[in-house]
Design a protein around this ligand. Sequence first.
Ligand SMILES: [Zn+2]
Length: 225
Amino acid sequence: MLEIAPGLYQLNGFPPDMVNMYLMGNILVDAGTRHAAGGLLRQLRGQHVVAHVLTHVHPDHQGASKQICQTLGIPLWCGANDADVMRTGQMERQFPDPNTLSIRAMNRFWAGPAYPVTRTLREGDQIAGFTVVETPGHTPGHLAFWRESDRVLIAGDMLNNINMANMQEGLHEPPPIFTLDRATNRESIRKIAELQPAMVCFGHGPVLYDGSRLQAFVAGLMATA
Ligand SMILES: [Zn+2]
């Protein structure tokens, strides 16, 4: 894994940058699909991990959560408004149309089992030196994590920095079929742009080290709204 900012590591997913996990201090952020557990555990060997937190409860982020938490003996945390889906496994509640083929395939082949959430996070909570920012829309309980001292933001899937169809780097709103409430997600994008992050880490796509590109993207988005 690669240290991308002091105390913040990007774990290698497959393909690289496609599905990202981070070690934020001693907290694991996201866990990929349910096939990711082995690779994640190998990379975390020798690390003192005390908790696992989700940016949001979707199959490509919570797939390996149960296996990771059980193997490492650590608790699972997530946003208050996603916790019920994690606890019950009712993943179909997290998509606008759960019956489309790609959503059914994701839920069938990537989703991890239900698992207890021992702490639900809210706006302003402090974890591993980062502040929890509620950023609903993509899912109701979607969270971002913000460290003001060096203006680092972990943005989850509120924005993607890759085009999933052709693997080209670039900022995009997340695909509509995966986003429960697009208008609310746009409000969340506006909210994080106001923080003026210098560096942004995404659930999908490479880390963005030039915060001005985020500002330009969001300005364009709001102009078309
Ligand atoms: Zn995702």
